[in-house]
Design a protein around this ligand. Structure first.
Ligand code: FE
Ligand code: FE
Ligand code: ZN
Length: 277
């Protein structure tokens, strides 16, 4: 069975997201830990978090994925922006322990002209200051499209970050299909080769989640605009191969397509139906 969910609004709390996921045929979901533009997070209701943990067991959920705010940039040139990234991730990871053993994804950041090497150094520095041996959450680096000065535009940059982190067993990667296609990895015509390259450079054991999005823009455009499944430049045939790929098919997939709940429900049905045996 395909493990799949969608990005849900966290405004009504944890258990509400679990129920919403079930209502669209999902067995996982993604959510923002706080407003995507940053800002203070609402206090956690421990009873609500515990209710979700139990609900997930009853409904045979796989791991859920928290997404850090977009404004989090650990490799900014500005000290105060780096400080915000540090405080936000530290707080998010403490909060994630209310729903232990799940996944937390973040955009590695933008080096804003300092160079990707300096970007990688600042990102690993923050991770080394924050990660703890006790944490039960796995922190994921998201593959990026390479717009602007984004770090994580190729597998090598992700490898460099993973190599610099002391508690590297607490780390993994989330592959975004729209981002890698926009970055220049041809998952439409050469999926096997891209998967092999990921394995060679990063290691498939690091791959913990997939953001399954079509792209509004052509191959290698470095743009990052998501499209509905089957309506973009990646297309349904390639999506079918991705969700059916022997090395990918058992991972949790998360939709971040431009949809409301009914649209997500349709895409979940569609992708479940097109996964081949
Ligand atoms: Fe993302
Ligand atoms: Fe994504
Ligand atoms: Zn994106």
């Amino acid at each position: 069975m395909l493990n799949i969910g969608a990005h849900l609004s966290s405004s009504r709390g944890f258990l509400a997201m679990g129920k919403e996921a079930v209502s669209i045929g999902a067995n996982t979901f993604q959510f923002f830990t706080r407003n995507p533009r940053g800002s203070k997070a609402k206090a956690i209701d421990p009873a609500d978090a515990q209710a979700l943990v139990e609900y997930m067991k009853e409904h045979e959920f796989v791991k859920i994925l928290a997404h850090a705010p977009y404004t989090l940039n650990p490799c900014s040139a500005k000290e105060e922006t780096r400080e915000f990234a540090h405080l936000t991730m530290k707080d998010d990871l403490e909060r994630m322990e209310y729903v232990p053993g799940n996944l937390y994804n973040f955009h590695p950041g933008s080096h804003v002209g300092q160079g990707s090497e300096e970007g990688v150094r600042l990102i690993t520095k923050m991770l080394n200051e924050i990660l703890t041996e006790e944490q039960t959450t796995t922190v994921l680096l998201e593959t990026m499209s390479g717009k602007g000065t984004e770090v994580g535009r190729n597998f090598e940059e992700l490898r460099s970050i993973l190599d610099g982190v002391e508690l590297t067993h607490k780390m993994g990667v989330c592959l975004d299909t729209c981002h890698v296609y926009d970055a220049g990895y041809d998952i439409v015509n050469h999926l096997d080769e891209v998967v092999e390259e990921f394995d060679r450079v990063v290691g498939l054991d690091r791959l913990k989640a997939i953001h399954i999005n079509d792209s509004k823009n052509p191959f290698e455009s470095h743009k990052d605009r998501h499209e509905k499944i089957g309506e973009g430049s990646i297309g349904l045939e390639a999506m079918t191969r991705i969700v059916s790929h022997p090395k990918l098919r058992s991972l949790p997939f998360f939709l971040e397509t431009p949809n409301e709940l009914p649209g997500y429900k349709k895409e979940i049905e569609l992708l479940r139906a097109c996964q081949t045996q």
